[in-house]
Write a protein that binds this ligand. Sequence first.
Ligand code: SAH
Length: 358
Amino acid sequence: MIRPQFSDTLARVAGDWTDARSADAAIENLVFLLDSADPDEQDALVTLAARIRDHHCGQRMVVRGLVEFSSCCVNTCRYCGLNRNNPKAERFRLTPDDILESARLVHEAGIRTIVLQSGEESRDARELADVINKIKSTYDMAITLSVGERSHADYALWKEAGADRYLLRIESVDADVYRSLHVGRELETRLACLETLRELGYQVGSGVMVGVPGQTTHHLARDIRFLASREFDMIGVGPFIPHPDTPFRDEKAGGVGLTLRMLALLRIVTRNAWLPATTALGSMDRDYRIDALKAGANVLMPNFSPVEVKKKYEIYPGKRCITERTGACALCTEGIARAGGLEIDWSRADSLKMAVRL
Ligand code: SAH
């Protein structure tokens, strides 16, 4: 049963999510929609989100090849299995040649965009710049980096070397929640990095985890407002999954329903951002990535890390597809798109917001 208040609020948010009445009213609308776990209401929400996705982005799913190239990390994020205080984490570092080989496999699979992700290292930025340079001069591919907080000079060097995009999740725009997730680190630094990346001309992605300890739907509503108002090109949201070797080992995982509602609302308010069906959503009691596509997502990121390192990049346990041979994930990509009712778009799929910004 859909309550009239639900239909009214959904229509209001879809029409103008900022709500002419006040900022508080806009947040309250989002909280109300996030809090509704009624199946009929959730259906109405995700159906509208998928319609908005089809209208603004086309009925397609883009594919990005993910390569996790290092599990070494100097940070102590309380949720992440790679944090430096976890002695059980298996550390690896791919060589430049290994990364190039992964790029070759991504290209061979017909994918025109590669995402290079790692823990946060203090390594010399020139090494990654060389890799970027080599990939760009060998393949016609967009390069996305996801290697955390670095200096202006490092971001500039990588942009100069040919990197096109950067993913840096804000994790939470609430300073207290942020601080409780990240020992000794401040939200301002993360915000400043996102500013720098935008200034340097990167297509910028951000996002949050859903269900981290201490986070309420009010926090999530404020995250939505931030993510939408900054016009991010890509926004990743996935459920928090507790890792047994982290301080959050006994915490509850984020809810699937809440994550899907968060995703649907982000689609409704951002309209044309790229929203991945995240691996975390594929790594719960079952694979919810198709549900994510049905709730407005339109990106899949199959894993192209060499099979011997896949399980070592354990940011959370139970990660999907870690035993498949390298590149095999590309095979189920077709099936996932079809089940989500979408065509695959194999292009490099640049930001849909760029045309407006330029
Ligand atoms: N070092 C890079 C990449 C981090 S991994 C950076 O800081 O940007 C990419 C994302 O995985 C993180 O931003 C975080 O949102 C998510 N993540 C990490 N640990 C997680 C966990 N236990 N459960 C769910 N998502 C997690």
